[in-house]
Design a protein around this ligand. Structure first.
Ligand code: FAD
Ligand code: SF4
Length: 543
């Protein structure tokens, strides 16, 4: 990226399905109306897909609308789901459950989201979208009328002391009529915009889950190409929300993972360790026997439902995709919903881009409320909050909402923020996890090694503590340092002074895989995740 001509019609932060869809749709409209639009997409990963992690089973509704000819293109959406299984696990047994309609995957495809994003990026570039990978947007730019007028990219090459190293490159100011925030779940600029414009004033608090995923190459004896398995129950106890997924992808590869609701109460719960335990279930052990783990990663996802979607527009910009929280939780799907929100935003925005400036595109919200996306999310809004009363009550409430009320309940269940849910360590049992066997189960550091994570040394720590002393005074003393458990990359460590035995928190920020769990779950909201230098972080190949 050069410093000349940094004015765009639209800047899109994030090259996930939402950001790329918005870019494609805007360019399609521009071509249709024979207009020229300059669209820029910034991606903090070293390349498109490097930071992308999903299951993933793709519902193609939004893709069909965006690229009706996608089947004729060279695309990575090839493996149709052949069979769904939904199960309740106990430690030793598997109990088949009836498949709820939301979990029927007939007509859907098992994909790698990373490869799918690269496919979307190719389509966008063919239309003339400028995609800059390795550039993190680090702050929103405002004019004196409190309108967002673009973003600044992060400085590159600052040392820890704030001095410039030999490869220092100052952040670049990029200006646009509109800035679309498509950072995915818990985006950092998104959080700033929500706070600055009080976008969540009238919505319920957003809630989240943490998804930990591994890809295995398995023995063909047990592999069932095209099958999709979901389970609830073990290894999680009945008061902890979550479930597993096992997707039999192509080439003897199986994507498996565990999503744990971040509203859990026990500070010693460790979602990474829960996934390791999940693999020891007889059914999963059998599937993985003789296999080889080839990839690992983790990412948070939104679970708040339509009641937690904040106001979507602000002067100079809008939120699209998971940045706003368009996840359909009972379906465990957010790709098609993110894409649809991006198309709605693009459609609403395009006519306004003809003027010199665009104030606020409220038409986007209006069009959203008329769309299938809103109907889909509104229908299932009470299912996830119903699990706050435990697994059995949650399943009963889900059945009531699905089969009897069909989404027309006259009430909407609310929820409290995840960081308020932890109980003091001395009020909860300590969960003891077995050591890894390095065949089926592993530790965090050897897992992080599979993510190809890299952070250039010397830059300021991207994990900021508002009050460093609280990490011992509150987190350690009251909660037993929950960050040392929930972080799936072992970034947080308590070390003890050899002489005094005084504890101190060590932050190994170079291992951070950008899942954003610490930004969400820290009990006093003391940890602020900020984007490190562009290109840093995990380098997933096909997650
Ligand atoms: C474990 C797991 C399993 C899932 N399974 C499924 C599934 O099977 N099916 C399904 O449909 N959905 C699934 N989802 C949800 C789905 O992945 C998301 O809903 C979807 O990816 C959201 O798309 P997005 O474009 O809004 O955000 P993302 O896909 O998160 O993309 C955001 C992009 O923005 C970039 N970015 C963020 N901040 C910045 C910044 N400041 N500057 C520059 N770039 C930035 C990121 O690097 C990333 O590339 C799953 C999610 C998880 C975590
Ligand atoms: S430091 Fe935070 S964002 Fe990074 S991997 Fe750990 S929990 Fe996730």
């Amino acid at each position: 990226m050069t410093r000349e001509n940094m004015n765009f019609d639209v800047i899109i932060v994030g090259a996930g399905p939402a950001g790329l869809t918005a870019a494609i749709r805007l360019k399609q409209l521009a071509h249709l109306h024979e207009q020229d639009l300059r669209i820029c997409v910034l991606e903090k990963g070293s390349r498109v897909g490097a930071h992308t992690l999903s299951g993933a089973v793709l519902e193609t509704t939004a893709l069909d609308e965006l690229l009706p000819n996608w089947r004729q293109l060279d695309n990575p959406v090839q493996l149709a789901v052949k069979k769904d299984r939904f199960m309740l696990l106990t430690e030793n047994y598997t109990i088949p459950l009836p498949l709820p309609p939301q979990m029927v995957n007939e007509g859907n495809y098992i994909i790698s989201l990373g490869l799918f994003c690269r496919f979307l990026a190719e389509q966008a570039e063919e239309l003339g979208v400028e995609i800059y990978s390795g550039f993190a947007a680090s702050e929103l730019l405002f004019n004196d009328q409190n309108q967002v007028i673009g973003v600044k990219t992060g400085d590159i090459g600052l040392t820890k002391e704030g001095n410039m190293s030999s490869h220092y490159q100052e952040g670049i100011m990029l200006h646009a009529k509109q800035t679309l925030l498509a950072e995915g779940c818990r985006g950092s600029l998104t959080q700033n915009a929500i706070k600055h414009f009080q976008l969540d004033k009238e919505s319920c608090p957003q809630t989240y889950g943490l998804g930990i995923k591994e890809i295995w190459e398995v023995d063909s004896k047990y592999y069932q190409r095209g099958q999709v398995w979901h389970s609830v129950g073990w290894p999680l106890n009945h008061s902890t929300y979550g479930g597993s997924f096992v997707y039999h992808a192509d080439m003897n590869q199986v994507s498996l993972g565990l999503v744990v609701g971040l509203d859990y109460e026990n500070p010693s719960l460790d979602p990474f360790q829960e996934l390791q335990r999940f693999k020891t279930h007889p059914q999963i052990r059998k599937l993985l026997q003789g296999g080889r783990r080839i990839a690992y990663g983790a990412r948070t996802l939104n679970e708040g439902g339509s009641q937690s979607i904040p106001k979507l527009t602000f002067p100079g910009g809008a939120l699209i995709g998971d940045a706003a929280g368009f996840m359909n939780v009972p379906k465990i799907k957010g790709i098609h919903t993110s894409m649809k929100s991006a198309m709605l935003a693009a459609d609403a925005l395009f006519p306004q881009l003809q003027s010199e400036t665009v104030a606020e595109c409220s038409e986007y919200t209006h069009q959203l409320h008329q769309s299938w996306l809103w109907r889909e999310l509104h229908k299932v809004r009470n299912i996830r909050p119903g699990f706050r009363a435990g697994l059995l009550m949650g399943l009963c409430n889900a059945a009531l909402e699905t089969y009897l009320l069909r989404g027309y309940a006259p009430w909407t269940l609310s929820q409290k923020p995840d960081y308020e849910c932890l109980k003091a360590a001395d009020k909860m049992p300590v969960i003891a996890y077995p050591p890894p066997d390095n065949i089926l189960t592993f530790d965090k550091l050897s897992s992080v090694a599979l993510t190809n994570t890299m952070h250039i040394e010397g830059q300021p720590n991207h994990l900021k503590l508002i009050n460093p002393t609280a990490m011992i005074a509150i987190n350690y003393k009251t909660y037993g340092s929950p960050e040392t458990h929930y972080c799936p990359a072992g970034v947080y460590e308590i070390l003890y002074n050899k002489k005094t035995r005084a504890p101190r928190l060590q932050i190994n920020s170079q291992n951070c895989i950008h899942c954003k769990a610490c930004d969400i779950k820290d009990p006093t909201q003391n940890i602020i995740w900020t984007p490190p230098q562009g290109g840093d972080g995990p380098n997933y190949t096909a997650m």
